[in-house]
Design a protein around this ligand. Structure first.
Ligand code: NAG
Ligand code: NAG
Ligand code: NAG
Ligand code: NAG
Length: 189
């Protein structure tokens, strides 16, 4: 009888130890993540408005049947595909010396709210930075901040991976916007 009790209490003990260790193991997975590298840049998009083809840094290359490539379509620009080659600066001044180019596209992919999907690279060829950082992700641009993925990099940013927090720093009608990009890399080589 006593031995039986002892065995069952041991069994209970092992069970409890087992439960607490699995709990510890699963809570252990919730790590505090800190970036190994952090960089902040701004990039400037001058939108074509029908008259500024010399200055525009972006072009509508695809539009839905109910729109055209001169002016963004109605219904939250749904269906517009825009290619851009924008200067990157270290501060929020369009006229600061660019340190690189932001090159890629955005497309509007929701009818009832302004939201876009971004695929682009930061291309650097300066004394400070050489190489590229590649970005992709959904940009619900009415939100104050949005996170997109840093999916890779080359050169100084070899194998970079992380998150970029975007913030619309300025928006001037349908002619100009400026994004602040706070890059947090969680893999550094
Ligand atoms: C192009 O940009 C320059 C410099 O910012 C400005 O002086 C000029 O008016 C702009 N031209 C057009 C057509 O927007
Ligand atoms: C493009 O669409 C806008 C808005 O519907 C219209 O005002 C403009 O004339 C169109 N431009 C061309 C070149 O078709
Ligand atoms: C980078 O800049 C250097 C010096 O200006 C130039 O020789 C080189 O062709 C550039 N590389 C690219 C990929 O643009
Ligand atoms: C964007 O804002 C909306 C409304 O405030 C919110 O419901 C949504 O979760 C936000 N999206 C992201 C990706 O933060």
């Amino acid at each position: 009888m006593e031995l039986k009790n002892l065995i069952s209490s041991f069994f209970l003990l092992f069970l409890l130890v087992g439960i607490s260790s699995t709990t510890a193991a699963s809570t252990g997975k919730i790590k505090v993540r800190r970036p190994c590298k952090r960089l902040v840049f701004y990039f400037h998009d001058i939108i074509y408005n029908g008259k500024n083809s010399k200055n525009a840094t972006s072009a509508i290359v695809g539009a839905p049947a109910w729109g055209n490539r001169t002016i963004m379509a109605g219904q939250s620009h749904f269906g517009d595909l825009v290619v851009f080659d924008d200067p990157i600066t270290l501060d929020n001044n369009l006229h600061s010396t660019p340190v690189g180019r932001a090159q890629g596209f955005y497309l509007y992919d929701q009818k009832d709210i302004f939201t876009a999907w971004l695929g682009f690279s930061f291309v650097f060829n300066s004394t400070q930075h050489k190489g590229s950082i590649n970005f992709a992700g959904a940009d619900p641009l009415m939100n104050k901040t949005r996170d997109i993925s840093v999916v890779g990099g080359t050169g100084d940013f070899f194998m970079a991976r992380g998150i970029a927090t975007l913030m619309t720093d300025a928006f001037e009608g349908e002619v100009y916007f400026r994004l602040r990009v706070d890059i947090k890399l969680y893999e550094c080589w």
